[in-house]
Design a protein around this ligand. Sequence first.
Ligand SMILES: [Zn+2]
Length: 424
Amino acid sequence: MRTSIRTLLATVTILAHAGVTHAAAPIVDLHAHLFFYEGTGVSFFGSFSSPVLTDSSSSRLGAKANAQALENSGARIIIVALYAHPLFWSTCRDSIRKQIDAAEAFVTAHPDWAIARSAEEAARLVHAGKRILILSIEGASCVLETEEDLNEFIDRRGVRIVTPVHFTDDTIGGASFMPGIEILTNPIAALESLIAPHFDQFGARVHSYGLGKKGQWLVESLLKRGIWIDLAHTSDGTYSALTPWLERAKQPFLYTHTILRRYYRAERGVTPERLEKVRDTGGIVGLLPSEDMLAETKADPVYCPTVCTGSCDQGIPIFLTQYSEMAGIVGDAQSVMIGSDINAPLNFLGAACSAQEKQGYHGLSQYGQLAELWQAMRNFDLVPRDPNAWTERFLAVWSKVKPLQAPAQISPTAPSTKSRPGSG
Ligand SMILES: [Zn+2]
């Protein structure tokens, strides 16, 4: 009898897990560093081809994604963020090349996945049942600096989304300040801000340095190629400088991985005004599922598990709270997706409260569990019932990103005979 109860419980558990980690779950992840460790060459922390090395939601270092995790994740469209930090490895370009090589090797070995290089191609692949990767570069400095770089990475290797700035102001443009001590990732700007500080309505330190000379060239070159510009990490100055460019190109505004500034209290977070612009331009946003980034969020009690007795400030409920708020400003839940930022040195989502942890629930520690997050959103009807809603929305929005046309030459009207000076 006892055995049969145990068997029954085991079956229920297996079914429950099968339900939440099904490959067909329709997640769109706007920002994932899947091949991060291939790019760094640091094998100590694992890589995409190693077993997943994190076993706790608080693990910040160690490979959190591999082929099996992708299979289980339920992600159907993943924007692969290629990143190389100039301080950590001598040639950024080589790091990016290795990451693209790894992405190409993955899709060659897994024919149910493909790399899409246009919205049309993506739609064709997705509707044929494939799951797709789209390549993006995070931080253009030391990777996209010359016409030759654009020929290589954009035209030949197929990068389709660019996040121009990352942590530090450079000749491309101003990068948003991080909170607290992390402001030192942008040291010179931080120092200048100490001398002449500017704060926004949330008390977040902001700065006005916008697009640098190289940034102007880069943005124009990318827009002419129909590359989607990601506004994540932009300083308020860079955002202001980019806005008229993006409007000219009629691009839907995109934030691949962000959080609400009103909780995060740093320029890195997004303001309601910026989200309204996403709404007005028909754009999309990816919310970042990390307690490091969602800190200070007071969860709406409706999302707290019963065991937390109406109060929780961690885990999935704080994600759901920000998700609901963001979707409220952007206007619809189809336009707010996930920007996992997986493999960045950030924690994931743990238990909602200590009581839930005591019950043995430890939250999400690796990419394969993304489907649990999706399931939680489904449970609260935060995402549309139609399982294809995010995918179709993403494809439709991307299809609006078109190459910027050169402005029509304004040809001076030939003066008529009558108006010619001295003719009348
Ligand atoms: Zn980032």
